[in-house]
Design a protein around this ligand. Sequence first.
Ligand SMILES: *Cc1c(COP(=O)(O)O)cnc(C)c1O
Length: 402
Amino acid sequence: MSLRFGPTTLAIPGPSIVPERVLRAMHRASPNIYEGELVDMMDGLTADLKRVARTAHEVAIYIGNGHAAWEAALSNVFSPGDKALVLVTGRFALGWADMAKAMGVDVELMDFGTAAPVDPQQVEDRLRADTAGELKAVLTVHTDTASSVRNDIPAIRAAMDQAGHSGLLMVDCIASLACEPFEMDAWGVDVMVAGCQKGLMTPAGVSFTFHGPKAAEAAKTAECRTSYWNWDPRTDPDLFYQRFAGTAPTHHLYGLREALTMLLEEEGLEACWARHQHFAETLWAATDHWAEGQALACNIRDRAHRSIAVTTLRIEGCAASEVRAWCEAAAGLTLGIGLGLDAAGTPPSDGIFRIGHMGHLSAHNFLGTIATVDAALKALEVPHGEGAVAAATMEIARRAAA
Ligand SMILES: *Cc1c(COP(=O)(O)O)cnc(C)c1O
């Protein structure tokens, strides 16, 4: 029989669980959009977004999802015919690259496969060869949500500096912001994009570009720039509506305000990063046991290169969709689907699922997720080693303190 008729849990890599408090903050009548609370809230909101990104520079807010922030960033930086180097470690940099191509950018892909991070040495070598400085920017993803690899952004910056290259470093932090340590200014990132529905715990609907002075300079001559995506009025508006090129996303702003208060004032950003590290390592203690059955494995072997916001698991001998279906229908747990990691030219396989561990997650909630996956493996008779749940509870016992 189904045992799902209680609180259900979403363990997918975005959207993440929305806290009740965020939902309640959004549940209100539309506010005055000319003056008062909403307008007065904006300076604090943008200051807090910059605290999360660890930048002293600019943030623009867009009414849209992560794809909107991708287009916004591209539009403000490029002119048709400009060249960009895109570093691919899964699925998401390819999506950003496709969008750039459609805008007339001349895209060069450097592919590191679907189970490894960017190799900074190869980036350095390629940039050294660009003696004419034709590459305007390097685009990369911090955490690739499909492969669950985390790229070493400071090492990519160092590779650019070693090569003496003056291109912009543009980073997609849609999956990683407010989950994984990220330091925009200290790491020399020129443009960063993020959304609100992952680490920031708010229903999908607003996204962000952050940019520093070098990107602001590039924007002055960017011919892909349109008035809607232009980040200047959004960062420095004369009138409130210019922040959003129209009506503000009123309710999302209230939700986001509540989420930022929870994140920055109550938990603390560094504590939040540490919590994500603890949960990721708790899950990996369990996956080490599951893997003993030879049917299940983390896509990224080396822990040092794994995201702490999402884990991609490969499964053999049982369809990943069956595991997901069991968790959902029998136990009220939604897991993430596998995403685009099949080699080009091969038929889509059903051998991947993902566990999102981003955002509003407590130890009891996450132990429930791990134990439920363990139950699914048993119910579906997927070969797996015993002791995964005990290992996870031991990790929590060791890591959590009252
Ligand atoms: C989720 C995600 C996106 C896409 O965001 P949408 O809101 O679905 O448009 C892009 N990049 C990364 C790394 C993501 O995790």
